[in-house]
Design a protein around this ligand. Structure first.
Ligand SMILES: Cc1ncc(COP(=O)(O)O)c(C=O)c1O
Length: 405
């Protein structure tokens, strides 16, 4: 969907966010005498050709020539192009109807029967479910590894290992992985790496520059940013790009140009939103850290988090999603805490402008490592509200903890 990024592009990410995908041929018609700031919504299924010669020539069309609706229109290419520009070293980006669709398409494209997959134990649960379900049925074996494995990943690579999947930080338990150590070993051993980079986005962690081959995002979260559209992306290096593109066409994935326009709108403000999400989350996390009812806070931006050193080394900031435990609290106490909140919506997903809270229970998900913390865990997606109001709301939660169940 996107051409290779200009290798000498020195523009900084915030500038790329503003300019990305706004090619003149997509934003304006010279016959109308001007350009529109954003690529308009080009909706299409059928594309009409001038002649049979034209149709035949277009049969070999590249991804940025109109061919058939499923292969995209300028609105779709503009989003893909803008995302590719954010990952120095990337060849192109493919778009999917959801983040899970991007993960499953990437794994199907890169694995074959008899292959072995190393999957991080802290992965998003539906990622595990795809590996244990469909991939297993297709003869791909998955083993789960400790997110803190670092260079010891070398000991887990088998002759059949073809892919190492990472998610850093894990979106429930927030361990930071040593991505450069893992990608260095993977390259030495000829193993592909794929990262779920939804938490950081390329603004806080340019994955391909850190050695990752395929980076995935649920655009549903921070890129969309407004909790009203779903989409996923895979951005890949040159060597893997043809395989991913072919598999994506074969699987028939297609995204709506209307949703792409929403994603492009979100993308323009990603930098300022992420900065505010991170600042608000840090303010809330620091306040929580001083509360006697709180056991631990799972947020690598805090200095005493076990992942803080790696996060400081590799990331340029933190987004607004983190977890914390309530000391000695059981399910009922956690429910009282959550139900007392008025500004935090109770709901899945994250990365939108509004704050959310969900209970989470990693103990029931892990297999390679045990989650031994007995305290009830909650996950907060900190939005763009004033953090003082969010803190006042959380006070209500703590007050409810004391109440009878
Ligand atoms: C880390 C992570 N990856 C992927 C996904 C899947 O994205 P989507 O909901 O767009 O399918 C999610 C959704 O919550 C997620 O948290």
């Amino acid at each position: 969907m996107a051409g290779p990024a200009d290798k000498d592009d020195r523009r900084r990410p915030a500038t790329k966010l503003v300019q990305g995908g706004r090619r003149p041929e997509w934003t304006g018609d010279p016959r109308l005498g001007g350009g529109i700031v954003n690529p308009p919504v080009w909706r299409a299924s059928t594309i009409l050709y001038d002649s049979i010669a034209d149709l035949k020539a277009r049969g070999h069309a590249t991804h940025d020539k109109l061919y058939y609706g499923r292969r995209g229109t300028p609105t779709v290419w503009a989003l893909a192009d803008a995302l590719t520009e954010l990952e120095p070293g990337a060849e192109g980006t493919l778009l999917y109807p959801s983040g899970v669709a991007a993960i499953s398409a990437g794994l199907l494209a890169l694995l074959a029967p008899g292959d072995h997959l190393l999957m991080v134990d802290s992965a998003y649960e539906p990622t595990r479910s795809f590996c244990d379900g469909m991939l297993a049925r297709f003869g791909v074996r998955t083993s789960y590894y400790d997110p803190c494995v670092g260079a010891r990943i070398a000991d887990l690579i088998e002759p059949e290992t073809r892919l190492i999947f990472l998610e850093s930080p894990g979106s429930l338990t927030f361990e930071v992985q040593d991505v450069p150590a893992i990608t260095r070993i993977a390259r030495e051993r000829g193993v592909v790496t794929m990262l779920d980079n939804t938490w950081a986005t390329p603004l806080l962690f340019p994955a391909i520059a850190h050695g990752i081959d395929v980076t995935m995002m649920s655009l549903t979260k921070y890129v969309g940013g407004h909790s009203d559209a779903m989409m996923g992306s895979l951005t890949a290096t040159r060597s893997l790009w043809p395989r991913l593109r072919q598999a994506t066409y074969q699987l028939g994935h297609s995204v709506s140009p209307d949703d792409c326009a929403l994603m492009l709108r979100g993308l323009r403000t990603l930098d300022v939103r992420l900065e505010r999400h991170g600042a608000n989350a840090l303010a809330v996390a620091r306040w929580l850290a001083a509360r006697p009812e709180v056991g631990r806070i799972l947020y690598p931006a805090l200095a005493d988090d076990p992942g803080h050193a790696l996060w400081t080394r590799d990331f340029s900031g933190a987004s607004g999603l983190f977890g914390f435990t309530l000391k000695g609290a059981d399910d009922a106490a956690r429910a009282r805490f959550i139900d007392a909140l008025t500004l935090f919506g109770i709901g899945f997903s994250w990365g939108g402008f509004e704050s959310l809270v969900v209970p989470s229970d990693p103990r029931t998900i892990r297999t390679a490592t045990d989650w031994t913390d007995p305290d009830a865990l909650l996950r907060l997606s900190i939005g763009l509200e004033d953090p003082a109001d969010l803190i006042a709301d959380l006070e209500r939660g703590f007050a409810a903890l004391g109440g009878a169940s």
